[in-house]
Design a protein around this ligand. Sequence first.
Ligand SMILES: [Zn+2]
Length: 158
Amino acid sequence: MTPQNILLIPKIERGIVIDHIPAGLGIRVMALIGRWPELEDAVVTLGLNYKSTRMGRKDMIKLQAGPLPPRLLQMLALVCAGVTIKRIDRFEVVEKVVVQVPELFDNLARCINPNCITNAEPHVATRFRRIESGSRYFKCAHCERVCSLDELAGHLKA
Ligand SMILES: [Zn+2]
């Protein structure tokens, strides 16, 4: 075993690995996971600051739980697009998905425009559409304010 192998967090027999989380965001992702009562009893391992050839440093989370709720996946796309979700069965990776930035975010984040109708009337669902393919900017469907991915990630809905 090389020293790097020894540092890896233990393999799980069955569950989900969220890999390639940008270093520093692991705690934030843990907080998001904590919003889901059905994941409350899951055994979770949080690894911070692993060496990564691709990213320099990365965080990683292993959950002994079933598939992640779709809304959690959408929030991950907002907060840390590019993470890899691996499904593990019998210690093997049986499915691997890279979380992409979608074209549309439905009711996931609040608008950064304080005068937007969605802030005055919280029951009005928010919708942000990507301004063009590959962009990290989104336009509010209500007030047309353009928000960056980071701004939306900072305004997640409860
Ligand atoms: Zn708006």
